[in-house]
Write a protein that binds this ligand. Structure first.
Ligand code: DC
Length: 220
């Protein structure tokens, strides 16, 4: 593992960690890893190939065969732009279902660690601090109430012109929370030494500032 600093930001679905993490990365000029996107890519690719989400072995074999590239804000899978296709609720649920398999998680470790490059990395996910970058200089557990997260997701979907029902979204995210937190392999946990950031009543700017202040305090 290289010595470039890593800020690990973990948290439940729709907590805003992706937005906060990418803004923190921008401010610091660091690379950014959206690890959830990798699980979503496996979900999309395996769905296209008709692989069952329970078929751990085949899913594990699939991972090294995928041609994934992150191009500014675009995500390509085998040369195809799938930036929007991986963001649907269906793909999110499928990603959560296949993320329970150690075969899938292990196959994604090297890819995730490869993002640690000069001058540093901000990584967001569920197990960034606990498994992928246990030596992260700053570990943040970013969360918000289920209601606040469902409302955020609702607004995002409506803004994109996608119809949605708040009660369905709340139920989906509670289902994902339960599965992501209770699985045996790398469950969503507050890592030892992680600072908890409750964002239900914080703006994005306030959350970003808090993480940047914490980072300054650990490196000085
Ligand atoms: O962060 P997200 O909603 O895009 O992630 C989609 C799913 O991928 C999430 O429900 C669980 C899984 N995931 C994971 O198991 N570990 C990660 N580091 C990131 C995501």
């Amino acid at each position: 593992m290289s010595n470039y600093p890593v800020i690990a930001i973990d948290g439940p679905t729709a907590s805003g960690k992706g937005t906060v993490a990418s803004l923190v990365a921008q401010k610091l000029g660091f690379h950014y890893l959206d690890s959830g996107a990798l699980y979503r890519l496996v979900a999309l690719a395996s769905e296209k190939l008709g692989i069952d989400v329970k078929n751990a072995a085949e899913l594990g074999f699939l991972v090294p065969k995928l041609l994934i590239s992150f191009n500014n804000n675009q995500i390509l899978l085998d040369g195809e732009d799938v930036t929007d296709a991986i963001r649907t609720e269906n793909i999110g649920l499928r990603a959560s279902a296949l993320a329970v398999h150690p075969e899938v998680r292990t196959a994604l470790v090297g890819l995730q660690r490869g993002f640690r490059q000069s001058p540093g990395l901000v990584a967001d996910g569920r197990d960034m601090a606990s498994v992928i970058f246990p030596d992260a200089v700053l570990k943040v557990f970013l969360t918000a109430s289920a209601q606040a997260r469902a409302e955020r997701r609702y607004k995002q979907l409506i803004a994109k012109g996608i119809s949605a029902k708040l009660s369905d979204l709340l139920q989906d995210l509670q289902e994902r929370d339960a599965r992501d937190s209770s699985r045996g392999a790398a469950p969503l946990v507050i890592a030892e030494g992680a600072k908890v950031l409750e964002t239900s009543d914080l703006s994005i700017d306030q959350a970003v500032k808090t993480v940047l202040d914490w980072y300054q305090s650990v490196i000085t």
